[in-house]
Write a protein of this length. Structure first.
Length: 178
């Protein structure tokens, strides 16, 4: 018989997709106001994997990722996605977004993104939101799955997540000692 265990807290990681690099400050500030201090920021990451966003956001597009200092409950992901949707709406004009915000969480063994779109591999987590198992960690690195978005399968994103994972492991060790 399995015995229910409380889940470990997770590291909140949010990716922003923008047309204008200079427009990252305001949404980043809103994210920080909502979720606490940002402790790790990626360099500007290339985004030329798909034209999925072309009609809405034009291009070229750039990705920047943020990891937050405060650990979150995994069960908070649906609420966080709803909050980031509200921020996206604030940066929309004529029904088109200027920023796409992808919240997720990182654990020692996986990286999960939140989405409003159902699909066979996504699990409903409430509030109209699904959890998408995006990457798994094994043998010292992150590994993409057949459905992983190409930008998250790229080494640029995985290198950033590897740094965040190391920081998260240290945070969890400190938390356990307290």
């Amino acid at each position: 018989m399995s015995r229910p265990q409380p889940p470990e807290p997770a590291k909140l990681v949010i990716g922003l997709l923008l047309k204008e690099r200079g427009s990252v400050s305001a949404p980043a500030r809103m994210l920080s106001d909502a979720f606490g201090p940002i402790d790790t920021v990626s360099p500007w990451l290339p985004f030329d994997y798909t034209d999925y966003y072309a009609a809405e956001m034009d291009g070229p597009l750039f990705r920047r990722m943020f990891a937050f200092n405060r650990l979150i409950a995994q069960s908070d992901l649906a609420h966080i996605k709803r909050c980031t949707n509200d921020i996206e709406k604030k940066y929309s004009r004529n029904g088109k977004r200027d920023v796409n915000i992808d919240p997720g969480y990182l654990m020692r063994e996986r990286f999960v993104l939140a989405t409003g779109k159902n699909y066979s591999h996504r699990i409903y987590i409430g509030k109209g939101i699904y959890a998408d198992l995006t990457l798994i960690y094994r043998k010292g690195g992150f590994h993409a799955l057949e459905w992983t978005y190409p930008d998250y399968a790229d080494t640029y994103v995985q290198d950033f997540l590897q740094r965040v994972r190391k920081r998260n492991v240290m945070q969890l060790k400190r938390k356990t000692r307290l």
